[in-house]
Ligand binder design. Structure first.
Ligand SMILES: Cc1ncc(COP(=O)(O)O)c(C=O)c1O
Length: 342
């Protein structure tokens, strides 16, 4: 299952799915989204017939959409029984049952999972297409808790097997588990961040070689020289210690460059790394290019590679205490996506 929610973590769901669909017999069997709307968007693009699972709890108001668009909602709590009662037609509604083995967010409690699934399996117009759980710590070095979650999940599967209760497709592994817990693969795995070329944390192994899919480029829009003591941008958070050149790039926090990166991030221009200076503004950032003569129109690499340098979402993440997931998701709609290699 390719996890393509949140516009494929900011990469563009439609284009990413188009690419994944080109993988022939290696293409995903399922797509994973967070919202029914995302599933509908994918269906309307008419680029895949594979089932779409939404990780959100089943909604009575969306029952028709699930059937019309081949979207399989998640059964996440006993409250969902009442919602399923609203499904009156004879057409089987396929669902995936989320079992909370320790994530503590969504899912039926593992202690009562078997009893709930037995009840569910008796509803005539519902089909359990799959059963899954989600790891809270599979990307941490210490796998104690992830293994406990796995044991709880396996115990349930064994009980279901003994009771001859059909569970459909069994899945658990997110990127962390794909990298380091092969014992959690079952019938299907659910990569998200690793599809886009990032490790989920700095603690996993590199058992699968990944390289970032997304680069972020801008181009130098203005160049000027400033003198010792001159300040740059809101709040005067940069004061020149000597005469220097400042270029601006037409990209700012409205494009997904966190304001917290102010005076911290770096930019590559003409294969050289320069410091970003002064407060990141909504539409523009400033870069100190020292004595170098930079031409307007020069390419600026904010995320990506030049001949000798690279900057990736981990570099930003470490400066502002987040993870690449948030960095790529935050690259806003205003930034044109250009797809190469498709
Ligand atoms: C239920 C579920 N499965 C799989 C994933 C993919 O996780 P990752 O991006 O860490 O691979 C997510 C993402 O949050 C998720 O919510």
């Amino acid at each position: 299952m390719a996890v393509v929610k949140a516009d494929a973590y900011g990469h563009g769901m439609i284009k990413c799915v188009e690419k994944l669909e080109q993988l022939g017999n290696k293409k995903p069997d399922y797509y994973g989204v967070a919202l029914t709307e995302e599933g509908i968007e994918l269906r309307k693009a008419k680029i895949t017939n594979q089932p779409v699972v939404t990780f959100s709890p089943v909604q009575a108001s969306e029952l028709n959409d699930y059937l019309k668009y081949k979207i399989y909602p998640s059964f996440c709590s006993e409250a969902d029984f009442a919602k399923l009662k609203k499904h009156k037609s004879n057409k089987k509604l396929k669902i995936h049952v989320n079992i909370d083995t320790g994530m503590g967010r969504l899912g039926i409690p593992y202690q009562r999972a078997v009893e709930i699934i037995v009840r569910l399996s008796k509803i005539k117009n519902i089909k359990i297409d799959g059963i899954y759980t989600h790891f809270a710590t599979s990307d941490e070095k210490d796998k104690t808790f992830a293994n406990l979650q796995l044991k709880r999940f396996k115990d349930i599967l064994n009980e279901l097997k003994t009771g001859k209760i059909a569970s459909g497709i069994v899945h658990a592994a997110n990127s962390g588990a794909i990298l380091d817990m092969p014992q959690s693969y079952f019938d299907m795995v659910r990569p998200g961040i690793s599809l886009y070329g990032y490790y989920p944390s700095l603690e996993t192994s590199g058992s699968v070689k990944l390289k970032p899919v997304m680069s972020l480029y801008s181009s130098v829009s203005t160049v000027k020289q400033i003198s010792k003591g001159d300040s740059v941008s809101y709040g005067r958070r940069f004061i020149a210690k000597h005469k220097t050149n400042v270029v601006t790039l037409p990209v700012g926090y409205a494009d997904g460059i966190s304001r917290n990166l102010t005076n911290k991030m770096k930019v590559i221009i003409s294969n050289k790394v320069y410091p970003q200076i002064g407060t990141v503004t909504m539409d523009r950032i400033c870069v100190d290019t020292g004595n170098d003569k930079i031409k307007t129109g020069s390419k600026a690499v904010l995320l990506g590679k030049s001949k000798n340098h690279k900057i990736d979402a981990w570099d930003w993440s470490m400066l502002i205490n987040t993870i690449p997931y948030e960095i790529t998701c935050n690259i806003s709609k205003r930034v044109p996506r250009v797809y190469t290699g498709l």
